[in-house]
Design a protein around this ligand. Structure first.
Ligand code: ADP
Ligand code: ZN
Ligand code: ZN
Length: 675
């Protein structure tokens, strides 16, 4: 009997058997529509079988096997199977996630004639033969590579087979130039290249640079901001081998690429490579697995590598490629620490920073005040009675947004008008406490009336169009003082920007999350890297009450390695990653008791299975309540990744069998980034 095993997007870790009389081997990796429950679902054929474990009478017949596009290759299915295993997620959820939404629903994008042809044509093989092979290589005049860049390019392209390389170099050291040269070599050999970038509206710039460099190559973009049809078309172009370069955010790691010869992960430390819901995968880690499976090189680039990556590069598991110099500016910006302990600040700004801003105004240069907190103030309070603005749904404060007179929860999106008087006592003198970007903006406008002040955060750059307009304003030199969050930190060249002031950074030094200092260091390095990228030299002023903190001292020296080594020393003693491997079980329920009870039961079920694995006590999450649900977590940790994996697989079976009260939901996060 012809039976197909189908992966369906349902939260059950198994495949579903259906009769498919006209199916054969070539249908593996095809989408299929099947009857399911009272309706119909589209899934993916994973394998064929002659007999089913289910009684024949129970088997239903597929509605239709969709043969309107080429089947997904075995390599792609293997990638999904790996993710299902590693992240303990049902295969059907993975294959469904890995497809663009339109294809997932069993549809195809509207096509022109040539698209229709490729949909059925076999994927072309290597392009290294025949006329036209050289067409893809660049025509423009390229900069002469510096010695370190040349060495990096050689290391990437000269060795065959799987190797992971860390390309470590500050902003402007020419990492992108190295990627482009390596991609060039890959295209010349008829290969495809995959380049992953963080999830911000950065891709247009990079896309332009890549397209300009390879005018004859087909460059496909993949990110969640794209329209359905465009994403599906890009996916098909990749699958059929027409795409030469795929450039995208984390989801692009699932693009099928039959001739893939090189993977680049730019800003590999960036937290956006890890998805925080559904399939909680790390695109960087999945990319490394994929490179290993295909036996191809992978380059991880960063000025501030994740400590995991740096650790592997220092112990020789990865190759370390260093770009020690900036390609354009002469020197790194001068970093100065402003000790604010004995100073009376003016609306949070020190005299030194104010003087720096004044000087840039006089010189006609740009400055940036960096504050990683949007809104006007983190909370509105009534001092006489003690009322503060709290979210009704979360264990969090409502943030004051004066610009549009709203109180907003930054966790669940709840919002309400700013009350005219205290809801508890009627007092009309409500006070904003603390400081966000809007408040800084207001203060700077008052203080420097002649300056053009521009705020850049998720509120002012809420759409890609607004974001592009803000960038254009900065580039045209039509802003003098920028006030911005980390949105501004990444990947932009601002030639007129010569001063960066960082305020409110100290909070991260003592945060509960052990990764907070790593993130702070990366952000400050990045934000500092924005200054002085052209002829003008840059200066970075960091306001702090802890001027001697090793993190800031390392920053003065631009010494990532020193910082990384000291952090790794602490992590080693504490037994944190990369010296251990972790998985977090999280539960949310109507009451904290229910959540913690479930976790306690999960822990009890684990006792017998946990060989070489430490289980911690169930505890409330830092943000205890979100969207009216109480949340708890339970950490599992091991010195051995295989031991943890073996345990998790066995544990998941037990977890699925546990009784849960109505409304309780749980998930497992492997290699969690958020604590
Ligand atoms: P990164 O990706 O490390 O920030 P880029 O590759 O974007 O660095 O390089 C920064 C700037 O320097 C770009 O404008 C780039 O064109 C230029 N550049 C890179 N390498 C060289 C070189 N060898 N000679 C001259 N300019 C270079
Ligand atoms: Zn909320
Ligand atoms: Zn009050």
């Amino acid at each position: 009997m012809n039976i197909v095993r189908v992966a369906l997007d349902v939260p059950v870790p198994r495949l579903f058997d259906y009769l498919a009389p006209d199916s054969d081997e070539s249908d593996i990796g095809r989408r299929v529509t099947v009857p399911f429950g009272k309706g119909c679902k589209t899934g993916m054929i994973i394998s064929l079988a002659a007999v089913s474990e289910q009684p024949d009478a129970k088997l239903k017949t597929v509605t239709a096997i969709l043969r309107d596009m080429p089947a997904l290759p075995g390599e792609w299915l293997a990638l999904c199977e790996f993710c299902a295993r590693y992240y303990q997620t049902p295969l059907g959820e993975v294959t469904s996630f890995a497809l663009p939404p339109m294809l997932r629903r069993g549809k195809l994008p509207r096509v022109n004639k040539s698209m229709a042809e490729i949909a059925t044509a076999p994927a072309p093989s290597a392009r290294d033969t025949g006329p036209g092979a050289g067409d893809i290589t660049p025509a423009a005049i390229l900069p002469q590579l510096m010695a370190a860049q040349q060495a990096a390019v050689t290391a990437i392209v000269d060795q065959a087979g799987f190797h992971v390389m860390l390309l470590h170099g500050v902003t402007g050291s020419g990492k992108t130039e190295v990627y482009l040269r390596a991609i060039d070599a890959v295209l010349a050999q008829g290969g495809q290249a995959l380049m992953l970038v963080p999830e911000i509206a950065l891709t247009p710039q990079l896309e332009g640079r890549v397209a300009a460099r390879f005018p004859a190559a087909q460059v496909v973009c993949a990110n969640s901001g794209m329209g359905d049809a465009a994403r599906a078309r890009g996916f098909l172009a990749a699958l059929t081998g027409r795409a030469d370069i795929v450039l995208g955010t984390r989801l692009a790691v699932f693009m099928p690429l039959p001739r893939l010869r090189l993977i680049v992960v730019d800003e590999e430390h960036d937290a956006s490579f890890k998805q925080q819901e559904g399939l909680r995968y790390s695109a960087r880690d999945v990319a490394i697995w994929r490179a290993h499976q295909l036996n191809i090189p992978i380059v991880l680039g960063s000025a501030t590598p994740s400590l995991e990556t740096f650790h592997h590069a220092s112990t020789g598991r990865y190759a370390m490629l260093e770009l020690p110099e900036r390609a354009v500016a002469e020197a790194m910006p001068l970093v100065r620490i402003i000790d604010t302990r004995r100073e009376k600040l003016q609306e949070g700004l020190s005299a030194a920073l104010l003087a720096g801003l004044q000087l840039r105004l006089e010189r006609g240069e740009q400055s940036l005040v960096f504050l990683n907190r949007r809104g006007y103030a983190p909370v509105l309070a009534c001092p006489p009675c003690g009322w503060i603005s709290r979210c009704q749904r979360c264990a969090a404060n409502l943030v004051l947004h004066l610009a549009d007179q709203r109180l907003r929860c930054h966790h669940c999106g709840f919002e309400t008008r700013v009350p005219r008087a205290c809801p508890d006592c009627g007092n009309v003198d409500l006070l904003p406490f603390g400081r966000g970007t809007q408040r800084l903006e207001t203060m700077l406008v008052e203080r420097f009336p002649e300056a053009r002040v521009l705020r850049i955060d998720r509120d002012s750059a809420s759409t890609p169009t607004k974001w592009q307009a803000l960038l254009a304003t900065i580039h045209a030199g039509e802003a003098d003082i920028l006030v911005g969050t980390q949105m501004l930190a990444k990947g932009h060249d601002f030639p007129l920007l010569t001063l960066v002031g960082a305020v409110g950074a100290d909070a991260a030094l003592f945060a509960a999350d052990f990764r907070a200092p790593e993130r702070l260091f990366a952000q400050l390095m990045q934000v500092g890297g924005r200054s002085g990228r052209a002829e003008l030299s840059g200066e970075v002023l960091i306001q702090t009450e802890y001027p001697d903190h090793p993190l800031y001292q390392a920053l003065i020296e631009h010494d990532y390695v020193r910082f990384a080594q000291s952090q790794l020393g602490e992590r080693r003693i504490a037994g944190f990653p990369p010296f251990s491997f972790q998985a977090m079980l999280r539960a949310e329920a109507r009451t904290m008791e229910q959540a913690l009870d479930f976790l306690a039961a999960a822990r009890a079920a684990a006792e017998a299975l946990a060989v070489g694995v430490t289980l911690y006590d169930p505890v409330p999450m830092r943000l205890q309540r979100l969207m009216t649900l109480e949340r708890g977590q339970l950490l599992a940790e091991s010195m051995s990744r295989p031991a943890l994996q073996t345990f998790l697989t066995a544990w998941m079976e037990q977890l699925h069998a546990l009784k849960t009260p109505a409304g309780l939901r749980w998930h497992l996060d492997v290699d969690p980034l958020e604590f």
